[in-house]
Design a binder for this molecule. Structure first.
Ligand code: BEZ
Length: 150
């Protein structure tokens, strides 16, 4: 996993999901693509809106993962100036999504390999809630769905 570049040199920093999630309750939000309608107008804004409520229920981090390069993820994160809590990460080569078989073939839409949409509640590295979609739909993985599960 890679985080967005953080300085003028466009440095890309590799981060370990393990180190971000160990000993904490975190939500991993997987989306098919930065700036795409379902992801950028509905799914992610829902988590931004409900982030403080989620945090009040014990969530330490809300991490957004997408199979886009780190520069796209940086630009996408910047497009939400109202966001205070979500952190955006790039899985540019889909390595993270492919290992559990979460890749989504978006070739018919011209997107190539992306990831299925999901929201996971991970408590000290153990998945406690897995709200998984198929085909990029948004039926069970919203912030409200996660709040109901907490
Ligand atoms: C969406 O934004 O809803 C979407 C994008 C790519 C594939 C599937 C869904």
């Amino acid at each position: 996993m890679q985080n967005p570049p953080r300085n003028e040199a466009h440095q890309i920093v590799n981060v370990s999901l393990h180190s971000l999630a160990a000993g904490k309750q975190v939500i991993l939000v997987g989306v098919p693509g930065a700036f795409t309608p379902g992801c950028s107008l509905k799914h992610v804004p829902g988590f931004i809106e409900k982030a403080e409520e989620l945090k009040s229920k014990g969530i330490s981090e809300i991490l957004v993962l997408s199979v886009n390069d780190p520069y796209v993820m940086k630009a996408w994160a910047k497009s939400y100036p109202e966001n205070k809590h979500l952190k955006f990460f790039s899985d540019g080569s889909a390595a993270y999504m492919k290992s559990p078989g979460l890749e989504l073939d978006g070739s018919d839409k011209g997107f190539g390999i992306r990831s299925e949409r999901f929201a996971l509640l991970v408590d000290d590295l153990k998945v406690k809630v897995a709200n998984m979609e198929t085909g990029g739909q948004l039926k069970v993985s919203s912030a409200d769905d996660m709040l109901k599960a907490l």
